[in-house]
Design a protein. Structure first.
Length: 315
């Protein structure tokens, strides 16, 4: 059948995947799939701070540059992921014992260095990742503790100065439907926009599990961001299941992939639908959720699962 990217182009939405750079270098079928099926890509790890500045002042852009070059060669847009987060920071930052003023300068330099390095080549930046807890409170991180909640507005302003054309996103999980956490984002983004802070989009990761059921009010959630004039994107969709897989779980998985995509197609300003990997061969899920897996569209041998047909027919 037609490729996902051809179908997505007709539906006026972008379809993307996270990319594992080791797999891209070593696995030809993997590389061919990324090029053929998707028209946006996200670095699964290589744009994170621990990867780009492992020692203070010593940048390593090689892997991230490779992805950006691959994307250009294949006419794909790049989602930059991610500038400010509580995970995957270099140890020189987290163990550095800096004053608040020093840490603020370090964060500013990190954002400006990275956004400038890729200037003009990044479509969306996930500027801040996972800043709230599930009950809608500020997550306690080194950034909140040392800089206060204003670090988010600062990060957005610094990123915007460094690349005024990039669309700037806040991104999180468990925010598919209307709940305390997605409402905290709605309120923060509304506030930031009223203050003229450059924020353009809300990234909804979309890490689901069949055992939790499907979140309520997904379309309504996207629509309230539409009404604010803010873009949305599904940024990391995968749907895991307790192993072993069976026909019922695979059917529930297909439903979830399709229902998130359908909400995106029905919302006015949902611009892209990115999966967090497309094959079970390289999924992060078995490493992070004990006893769970089979979260992607294709199995470990690149065979299509029911979810692949569901995404294809929904587009
Ligand atoms: C995950 C990667 O997939 C893993 O390879 C890595 O070990 C940890 O991070 N939310 C995010 C992503 O925003 O960056 C995370 O990616 C998955 C959860």
């Amino acid at each position: 059948g037609p490729t996902l990217r051809a179908l997505a182009a007709r539906a006026d939405v972008r379809i993307g995947t996270a990319v594992n750079m080791d797999a891209l270098a070593s696995d030809t079928p993997y590389r061919e799939h990324v090029a053929r099926e998707f028209n946006t890509v996200t670095a699964e790890n290589v744009m994170k701070w621990e990867a780009t500045e492992p020692q203070r002042g010593a940048h390593d852009w090689a892997a991230a540059d490779q992805l950006v070059d691959f994307a250009r060669a294949n006419r794909q847009l790049v989602r930059g992921h991610t500038l400010v987060w509580h995970n995957q920071n270099p140890s020189w930052v987290t163990e550095g014992d800096f004053s608040s003023a020093e840490l603020r300068q370090i964060l500013k330099k990190h954002i400006q260095d990275e956004v400038r390095h890729f200037k003009g080549r990044i479509w969306h930046w996930d500027v801040a990742n996972e800043i709230f807890t599930d009950d809608g409170q500020w997550r306690n991180t080194i950034w909140l503790e040392k800089l206060g909640p204003g670090y988010v507005a600062d990060a957005l302003r610094w990123a915007h100065q460094a690349d005024p054309k990039a669309r700037l996103y806040l991104n999180d999980y468990n925010v598919e439907g209307i709940n305390a956490k997605s409402t905290a984002y709605y309120n923060l983004i509304k506030q930031l926009r009223s203050e003229g802070v450059p924020v353009h989009g809300f990234g909804i990761q979309g890490h689901l599990g069949v055992q939790y059921g499907f979140p309520g009010q997904v379309l309504e959630n996207l629509q309230r961001f539409d009404a604010l004039g803010v873009e949305t994107a599904f940024t990391e969709v995968d749907v895991r299941m307790p192993m072993p897989a069976d026909a019922t779980k695979l059917q529930a998985q297909a439903f979830a992939y399709s229902a998130l995509l359908q909400a995106c197609l029905l919302a006015r300003k949902c611009v892209s639908y990115t999966v967090w990997g497309f094959t079970d061969k390289y999924s992060w899920v078995p490493d992070w959720f004990e006893g769970e897996g089979a979260a992607n569209l294709l199995d470990e041998n690149y065979g299509p699962k029911p979810a692949h047909a569901a995404v294809s027919s929904t587009l």
